[in-house]
Design a protein around this ligand. Structure first.
Ligand SMILES: Nc1nc2c(c(=O)[nH]1)N[C@H]1C(S)=C(S)[C@@H](COP(=O)(O)OP(=O)(O)OC[C@H]3O[C@@H](n4cnc5c(=O)[nH]c(N)nc54)[C@H](O)[C@@H]3O)O[C@H]1N2
Ligand SMILES: Nc1nc2c(c(=O)[nH]1)N[C@H]1C(S)=C(S)[C@@H](COP(=O)(O)OP(=O)(O)OC[C@H]3O[C@@H](n4cnc5c(=O)[nH]c(N)nc54)[C@H](O)[C@@H]3O)O[C@H]1N2
Ligand code: SF4
Ligand SMILES: [Mo]
Length: 669
């Protein structure tokens, strides 16, 4: 064996984008370590990043493209695979038009900058309405609330480094590294926040993050909106400088009226949190003045997701925490340079949703991913192109979804691995993984600093694999759209030429030559408020106020037992960085006893949508009334329990947190 070569690159499994040192020998990836000189991650990595050598060489890696012939997925060259797709497209478009072709962008698509750019651009060029992505099964509440309160979709808050009060609501950054607010080296960051002040966690479960916090409030699942409403109410009750506030925000009176019923004792009853603990939290907010509130999937996927996000933002506006030190700052983006504009881009005017649910408006031009099955069943969506997503494990109501996918004229999946979605595809394009391609971090507003970096491929790209952007461009060509708009010869174009376009006016050659990531600025405060499209925050947008009122009256008859989500350290949604694990359902001893379930039993969890058989772990680390089950598993797919009919009226989010269920012990296990 020759001496290993060590490459400097960055991880694209989650949004933390940790700096990596990858040792290779030829096409063999030997070892991954954290890059101690990386300005953002300083040597930190998690077990998933360090498992890149084994996932790169995994037996499930796709080595070539596949086409389904006589029911069997058969290897085919890329050109032959795309020619076959072109035939299907020609027939479908001739009969039903371009709008019968839809796109789903998953996590693998978001993490491949050229692919993400190409997909967005092609969708715009085609004017297709059939656009779907993870956003509407993940964090739609955040997009909605940003649009309604700030009047722009372009603000992503990050925790200021000098924060003194950090409140984590339905997020477990020690495992997840964040949903949209990036948490690199989360243990160290939570410890640092504690050294300066206090960390509070709202979560029905004892988590890796709550163990590091000063205070953990194990509230009843789905009741977070009540805690946030109480905190907002306390701000008004304890006094606010209305004149100062009205210069920055409108509709304070409507906000105050909405939260008026949420006095301490009512909130204690609804949430199961002790009244004293609620007072302590309100005192802490008052004492520190400013704070940072980070929400996550535990709440954004719940029925109260929009309300929680709204009230969290409202509290940060009331306390002057947004856009200021000791609160949360907004990343203007290394490429986007939003702070150089006079005004932030305004939210698009409301547009109707898909014909299957026109009442649910489009969000960022997309339709709710949970409605894919409806659109297929109605015959409007006939070809689906999936870019780096595993829709079979990610979307609700698995049984119905599988039946719908089966009805498509073509299901074209662009993937690196043999997944559950590949299993049901008609065409599969084998793509380079992150070590086999050059890249920039995609979503620079999500980065924890105003920064970017370039990586070259770490190992050569094998002959059978084709970049996602190239496949997207080729599909566009078939549909009559020139992705680049200038007649560029796709066959001649290199990945880096696409990245150079994405880098726009910024010095791409300089980036490429730089040995290190470029950090323009660590944090930027005081730019966003002055650039709000309507000049001020809206503290009480009418759709949120109305939905909140409905939520509050519905919450009175809350179900006894609900399924809640959780992420696992060595798994990234449906991507598994360790073999041999099995998902488990965490259950409180009293809930287990009521259903006659013992620790280690297999249990049937039953919802209106379906049944899931899973092993129970009986533990008092979870609050009563919540059953915690992770997603991303093919055989034990929690999405069998999730309804694709009961969707949030403002975002189309399915309720993946807080689904009512009952338990049934399995006989003979
Ligand atoms: N290791 C790992 N990292 C990941 C992922 C992964 O699968 N594995 N997935 C990535 C993706 S796609 C995303 S979107 C992010 C998500 O990042 P997070 O949102 O931080 O996800 P979780 O770690 O599941 O944390 C959600 C927490 O919400 C709690 N919870 C559930 N119901 C409720 C409730 O009603 N109220 C409150 N207050 N809490 C509740 C759960 O117990 C859990 O601890 O993580 C990303 N990072
Ligand atoms: N019940 C329930 N359902 C959920 C959730 C939940 O908590 N509970 N979480 C939801 C959330 S937040 C999300 S974001 C979605 C996640 O849904 P998905 O985005 O579908 O999740 P993944 O399983 O991570 O799928 C990403 C796919 O991209 C592939 N991939 C990785 N790298 C590359 C690459 O470089 N190129 C290509 N072409 N492919 C690549 C991987 O092999 C993987 O199959 O699931 C959602 N579904
Ligand atoms: S936290 Fe882990 S998965 Fe996320 S970027 Fe860092 S090493 Fe990769
Ligand atoms: Mo996500």
């Amino acid at each position: 064996m020759s001496a290993p070569t060590v490459h400097r690159t960055f991880c694209r499994i989650c949004i933390a984008a940790c700096g990596l040192l990858v040792a290779t020998d030829g096409d063999q990836v030997l070892d991954v370590k954290g890059d101690p000189d990386h300005p953002l991650s300083a040597g930190y990595t998690c077990s998933k990043g360090r498992a890149l050598p084994s996932s790169h060489h995994d037996r499930r890696r796709l080595q070539h493209c596949l086409v389904r012939r006589d029911g069997v997925l058969t290897p085919a060259p890329w050109r032959a695979c795309l020619d076959d797709v072109a035939h299907v497209l020609a027939d479908v478009v001739a009969e039903h038009g371009t709008d019968a072709v839809g796109f789903f962008l998953g996590g693998g698509g978001y993490q491949d900058t050229a692919a993400y750019w190409a997909a967005k651009r092609l969708q715009t060029r085609l004017g297709t309405t059939q656009r779907y992505s993870d956003m509407t099964i993940d964090s739609a509440a955040k997009t909605l609330v940003t649009e309604l309160m700030a009047g722009t979709p372009s603000l992503v808050p990050h925790v200021s480094s000098d924060v003194e009060l950090l409140l984590l609501v339905g997020t477990n950054p020690v495992v997840s590294h964040g949903q949209t607010t990036t948490y690199t080296d989360p243990v160290e960051r939570l410890r640092a926040a504690r050294r300066r002040g206090a960390v509070w966690v709202l979560d029905p479960r004892v988590t890796e993050s709550s163990r590091l916090a000063d205070r953990h409030l194990p509230l009843r699942a789905g009741t977070d909106h009540a805690v946030l409403a109480f905190l907002v109410r306390e701000q008004f009750r304890r006094g606010i400088d209305r004149e100062l506030l009205s210069a920055r925000a409108q509709n304070a009176d409507a906000l105050e009226a909405a939260v008026a019923p949420f006095d301490r004792d009512r909130v204690a009853t609804v949430t199961g949190v002790a009244p004293d603990a609620l007072d302590d939290l309100a005192d802490a907010v008052r004492r520190t003045g400013r704070l940072a509130i980070v929400t996550g999937t535990g709440v954004t996927m719940s029925a109260g997701g929009n309300a929680v996000e709204w009230l969290a933002w409202a509290l940060m506006v009331l306390t002057g925490s947004f856009d200021h030190p000791a609160g949360m700052w907004f990343n203007p983006g290394y490429f986007a340079q939003l702070d150089q504009r006079d005004r932030l881009p305004a939210s698009a005017p409301p547009a109707p949703g898909p014909p299957s649910r026109p009442d649910i408006p489009r969000l960022l031009g997309e339709w709710p991913a949970a409605l894919l099955a409806d659109e297929i069943e109605a015959g409007r969506l006939r070809v689906l192109v999936v870019l780096g997503g595993n829709v079979v494990t990610a979307l609700p109501d698995t049984g119905r979804l599988l039946a719908a996918l089966d009805r498509l004229d073509a299901l074209v999946v662009l993937e690196t691995m043999h997944t559950e979605t590949v299993d049901v595809a008609t065409h599969v394009v084998a793509c380079p993984d992150q070590l086999e391609r050059s890249d920039l971090p995609t979503l620079d507003l999500f980065s924890s600093a105003v920064s970017t970096q370039y990586t070259a491929p770490v190992v050569p790209c094998p002959a059978g694999l084709v970049s996602m952007w190239r496949t997207v461009a080729e599909i566009g060509r078939t549909l009559g759209a020139d992705l680049f708009g200038d007649g560029s010869d796709l066959d001649e174009m290199a990945d880096d030429q696409v990245l150079a376009r994405i880098a726009r006016g910024r010095d791409f050659d300089g980036l490429r030559a730089a040995e290190a990531p470029v950090v323009a600025r660590a944090e930027v405060h005081g730019w966003a408020e002055a650039r709000l499209p309507h000049g001020r925050w809206d503290l009480a947008p009418a759709p949120l106020v109305a939905q909140f009122a409905a939520l509050v009256s519905a919450a009175e008859g809350a179900p006894a037992l609900v399924v809640t989500p959780r992420r696992q350290p060595r798994h990234m949604n449906g991507q598994h960085f360790r073999d041999g694990d099995e998902p488990t359902a965490l259950l409180h001893p009293a809930d287990a006893a009521e259903s006659d379930v013992s620790d280690g039993d297999l249990v049937d969890i039953v919802s209106e949508a379906g049944v899931l058989r899973v092993r129970a772990v009986v533990t008092d680390t979870i609050a009563r009334g919540a059953v915690s089950v992770p997603h991303g598993w093919g055989n034990t797919n929690v999405n069998r329990l999730m309804s694709a009919r009961e969707l949030d009226s403002l975002t189309g989010m399915p309720r993946l947190s807080g689904t009512p269920v009952t338990l049934r012990p399995c006989e003979g296990t």
